[in-house]
Design a protein around this ligand. Sequence first.
Ligand SMILES: Nc1ncnc2c1ncn2[C@@H]1O[C@H](COP(=O)(O)OP(=O)(O)OP(=O)(O)O)[C@@H](O)[C@H]1O
Ligand SMILES: [Mg+2]
Length: 288
Amino acid sequence: MPIEVKNLTHTYMKGTMSEVTAISDISFKIDDGEFVGLIGATGSGKSTLIQHLNGLLKPSSGTVLVDGVDIWSKGVSLKQVRRKIGLVFQYPEQQVFEETVYEDIAFGPRNLGYSQTEIEARVETACRLVGLDTELLSRSPFELSGGQVRRVAIAGILAIQPKVLILDEPTAGLDPRGRTEILDNIKQLHETGMTVILVSHNMDAVARLCERVMVLEKGKLVFDGSAREVFAQREFLESKQLKPPEVTILMEKLRQRGWAVRNDVLTVEEAYAEIIKELPRRGVAGVL
Ligand SMILES: Nc1ncnc2c1ncn2[C@@H]1O[C@H](COP(=O)(O)OP(=O)(O)OP(=O)(O)O)[C@@H](O)[C@H]1O
Ligand SMILES: [Mg+2]
């Protein structure tokens, strides 16, 4: 179920004094099973762009094709589109509104008209997928921790069983442990075959998880390629108010001191392998 965006432009409050062109002439295609990171400074248009992918916003111009069909063409059900492409909003805690966690997760499948038995099965599966203890199902979502609320929000989308999962800053405001757990869950979901689009300011996470990265700057798509390629370009990133992952910065510092290590590592494991490889040449192999 590929998603194709063609020459997409979105202008908020068109024709008023406060008109803002949030995204401008963007084109790309995302194929089944990809894991794409969407990065860019605050206000670069990330949230605006992803809301077009499941028809929450209507393009000012350009098209969004899902499975080759323009989602705004006559006869297309946006409800069906949203069933296939699930979007977890930035700050989902502002969107939990049901009395219990169960009701919150069940909201989507109930809206789609599934039977009670099917709804229960879906809620249970979704909880398992995000590592949410089913003991919490009878609680009020307002009693939960930040990390648990994120899980509830993601579970609510998974209960719709979408083919594509889009997450807008799923770890913002969480403590390090909560962040790691959510990211591990997302990685596992991708491993089940789901297409994942992750919007994040956390470059370490994007480097670790995403194969492909798109960079937005002032509403324009200024890079679309591999994570390895983009994160090795410090100057490019800095010009977009972005920073390479910590491990990439470490490698750069070592290179400045003459170490023959790669400049495009993305994970701690890769950095470790590079350092170990270089140690004998630096006469410190004996310490290991
Ligand atoms: N509902 C809205 N009405 C008017 N302007 C908006 C609206 N939502 C976003 N904008 C403007 O559109 C531009 C892009 O905003 P958007 O929220 O898409 O950026 P973002 O990359 O998601 O930022 P952040 O990293 O802070 O979440 C900004 O200039 C923003 O002020
Ligand atoms: Mg945003």
